[in-house]
Design a protein around this ligand. Structure first.
Ligand code: HEM
Length: 480
């Protein structure tokens, strides 16, 4: 592996980890404010919420992309330039977003749902700055995504890259598609469709902003576009993490490399298709939405999650059942992360079932499920990769210290933090309240409970990332 790829990947890791700690602190401030332990001005709360959400989604997306890019170099030549452009545009975009939020006080939530960006309760300039920040991030990420897709398509034909030659049960194809290549391509196609939608959304918002009332958007269309982009991106970034697990889990465990079987090929091709319609479950309470789309939303939510979850759990169980595994912090993170991903997925499917959604819609059940598959799922996938990667900068031999303590803090802290969201959600406490009214009094107790456990989670994260940061900083500033 060329050193320039190791350097840029180290830079991504350093940036992601620093922003992660800051974003967790914003999360803690929100939780302790909801619990009444500290007092934030509501504008500060919603600014923190907006920046926390956007930063978290952004960093774990780029973390997945950086990992996929690094591993992809094993199979094809990728563009270093595209990677670097994406890095620079991400840094600029994040600075613009933080400027719009922390200085301009823009606080329309990470989904900036139309028409909120135009209900200006912040500096006038913060709305266009926010919209241009999205543009900068979108352009950088689109260049990177397209360039990775081109790299794959230079080596594999369209049918090979989607592993269609593996559909037959006993197929012995001339060209085998590694699961990593298949899942990366499936995810990149999804990512690209999100980014194109985000561009359309941004364009429509900017047009209305500059039209002085001459052009008004359709609110239902805007909500569909917003959730197609936001929900799908949040899912695709998980799949990027899974692509890495399919490549590395067996390797770091000292087991034979995973191959693409017929059921893996089918499951991931189904996911490619169905995940694009799952976002419709965000629209159940929009009664003007055609009913057929609501039903498609429920079906797609099941069909997008069940096949990919099924084959991944099966592959991991086959790899670990009854055999000796070289457990270390990298594959433990992958293993626990998969359990977190599946648990969050179950929470999501419960909420995506229309009859349940009447009760759970916009309650804390929603942050409960997506924090589960992020904080104890996708984040752990990436942390596992970062950890493994940081040892590649030295001799490749993983040496763990205090692993049990780190794992316990992250897992116990994470479970307590998430349980607080679930219990409050099941008790109908609404999401996105800076201060809970009398009717949702239990929300206060659960917020303090969740915040306390989130502090334990943060402690575990700090201990876990210390060594990674040291190795990555050391490599970036070395003369190699
Ligand atoms: C221990 C770590 C974390 C803490 C303490 C935390 C805390 C919070 C809190 C209190 C909220 C507002 C909930 C509400 O009342 O609606 C929130 C929202 C959110 N969080 Fe986290 N979070 C953490 C980790 C994460 C991670 C890892 C991700 C994603 C990868 C994430 C993404 C989000 C998003 C997207 C929102 C929604 C923001 C919005 O509604 O605009 N968080 N978080």
């Amino acid at each position: 592996m060329e050193n320039k790829f190791k350097k840029i990947t180290s830079l991504w890791i350093i940036t992601v980890l620093i922003l992660f700690v800051v974003a967790i602190i914003l999360g803690l401030l929100m939780r302790f404010n909801q619990g009444g332990n500290i007092k934030l001005d509501p504008v500060t709360f919603y600014t923190d919420m907006t920046i926390h959400g956007l930063t978290m989604i952004g960093i774990w997306f780029v973390a997945g992309m950086a990992a996929v890019n690094y591993i992809m170099e094993r199979y094809v030549r990728t563009s270093y330039k595209a990677n670097l452009i994406a890095y620079i545009m991400t840094v600029v975009g994040v600075l613009m977003l933080w400027g719009a939020g922390f200085i301009g006080k823009f606080h329309a939530g990470w989904t900036f749902l139309y028409p909120l960006p135009f209900k200006i309760m912040w500096e006038q300039w913060a709305t266009p700055l926010f919209l241009y920040a999205l543009l900068v991030l979108g352009v950088g990420w689109t260049i990177w995504t397209v360039s990775l897709m081109i790299s794959l398509l230079k080596k594999y034909t369209l049918s090979q890259v989607f592993a269609w030659q593996h559909f037959k049960r006993d197929a012995k194809p001339e060209v085998e598609t590694p699961p990593f290549v298949l899942i990366s391509m499936i995810s990149l196609v999804g990512v690209l469709s999100c980014l194109i939608t985000a561009a359309a959304l941004d364009f429509l918002l900017l047009t209305e902003y500059y039209s002085n009332g001459g052009f008004i958007n359709d609110a239902l269309l805007m909500k569909n576009l917003t959730y197609f982009f936001g929900h799908t991106l949040a899912n695709e970034m998980l799949y990027l993490g899974l692509a890495v697990i399919y490549e590395l889990f067996s390797e770091v465990s000292g087991r034979p490399k995973w191959k693409t079987s017929w059921y893996v090929a089918y499951a991931w091709n189904l996911t490619l298709f169905f995940v694009l319609f799952a976002f419709l479950h965000h629209m159940y309470m929009d009664f003007v939405q055609p009913e057929t789309l609501q039903i498609i939303g429920q079906l797609a939510s099941y069909l997008a999650s069940i096949p990919s979850t099924g084959v991944t759990i099966f592959s991991i169980l086959v790899a670990v059942y009854g055999t000796k595994i070289n457990w270390n912090l990298a594959n433990l993170m992958f293993f626990i992360g998969t359990a977190g991903w599946v648990s969050g997925g179950i929470g999501a499917v419960i909420d995506a079932t229309i009859s349940n959604n009447f009760l759970l819609h916009n309650t804390l059940w929603v942050p409960a499920h997506f924090h589960t598959y992020n904080a104890l799922g996708n984040v752990l996938f990436s942390l596992g990769f970062f950890y493994w990667f940081s040892f590649q900068l030295k001799d490749g031999i993983i040496k763990d210290k205090h692993s049990m303590l780190k794992i316990l803090l992250i897992v116990i802290g994470g479970i307590g933090f998430l349980a607080a969201f679930y219990f409050a959600g099941a008790d109908s406490v609404a999401r996105r309240y800076a201060n809970y009214p009398e009717e949702m009094a239990s929300g206060k107790f659960w917020a303090t409970f969740g915040g306390t456990f989130a502090t334990i989670y943060l402690l575990g994260i700090i201990l876990f990332i210390g060594g990674i940061l040291k190795r990555c900083f050391g490599f970036v500033f070395s003369r190699v």
